[in-house]
Design a protein around this ligand. Structure first.
Ligand code: HEM
Length: 149
């Protein structure tokens, strides 16, 4: 029962991670408004909160409940999954710094008119997250079925 509940919570948090990565992929263009920056900052906070929950529940599913820990520890595909996840978090830091810088100004009536150039490297890293997430999902599906053991 606990195992099933945690799996569902893992999926629910994953849904938020996937949604925030997709919103950033679509909305984080070469030029955004200050209003966009504020909204993208909020989306980024949701990304980090959901990623923390994904990681914590993932650790419990790995080391605590359900299948024996060795079912995952011995599987290189599982380590690829967790490694890609941590890599995705690292690649999120430059954009998070930008959103934090530009997204925390107090709202003004001109916000929708103030144009901000976005850093190219942050944008490229954000775009790479969607592909990384797709590969992680594939790894997760295979690992749960024992492929890679
Ligand atoms: C964005 C990152 C992640 C994604 C997309 C993801 C995706 C998934 C999916 C789709 C499943 C269900 C697999 C299935 O039953 O078909 C799953 C289960 C699981 N995940 Fe994750 N996961 C992520 C991060 C993590 C992390 C960081 C850990 C460990 C620290 C982890 C540990 C687990 C474990 C142990 C299971 C249970 C698999 C089973 O039922 O055998 N996951 N994950």
């Amino acid at each position: 029962m606990v195992y099933e509940i945690l799996r569902v919570m893992h999926f629910a948090a994953l849904f938020v991670v996937a949604a925030t990565v997709f919103i950033h992929y679509i909305a984080f263009g070469p030029q955004i408004t200050r209003e966009d920056a504020r909204n993208l900052y909020r989306v980024d906070l949701a990304f980090w909160a959901a990623s923390g929950i994904v990681f914590l529940i993932g650790l419990v599913l790995w080391l605590g409940v359900g299948k024996p820990a060795s079912f995952y520890t011995a599987n290189s595909l599982f380590h690829t999954k967790v490694g890609l996840f941590l890599g995705m978090l690292l690649c999120s830091i430059p954009a998070s710094k930008f959103f934090r810088l530009e997204g925390r100004y107090p709202p003004t009536p001109e916000d929708a008119d103030i144009k901000i150039e976005t850093p190219t490297m942050s944008r490229s890293l954000v775009r790479g997250k969607l592909l990384t997430l797709a590969v992680i999902f594939m790894c997760a599906y295979l690992v749960a079925r024992g492929v890679g053991l």
